[in-house]
Write a protein of this length. Structure first.
Length: 93
């Protein structure tokens, strides 16, 4: 990836490539998890891009942009996540 030190042209492409390497392919999903799962809620709040947050009964429903590796981390940590809405066409990066 070519980057101009003077103008910064190309820097956005480099940043995106680094993010893909760290997080894996990203997608926008609607997820629901119990409010009692504080560890997973903290993970989502700190490590994903949150587009919407809604409290429904004893659950928190998020619309987030999340990487494949981040989803794997949540699942391997025992998160009780329910995917409410799969990504729509064009929402994956």
């Amino acid at each position: 990836i070519a980057i101009s030190a003077k103008t910064g042209v190309g820097l956005d492409k480099l940043i995106e490539r680094i993010r893909q390497g760290i997080h894996g392919k990203t997608q926008t999903l609607t997820l629901q998890l119990p409010m009692s799962d504080g560890k997973s809620i903290t993970f989502l709040e700190n490590r994903t891009t949150i587009h919407d947050r809604e409290y429904v009964d004893q659950f928190v429903r998020y619309t987030v942009t999340i990487g494949a590796r981040q989803m794997d981390q949540l699942r391997s940590a025992g998160a009780r996540i329910e995917i409410i809405q799969e990504p729509t066409a064009g929402s994956s990066r």
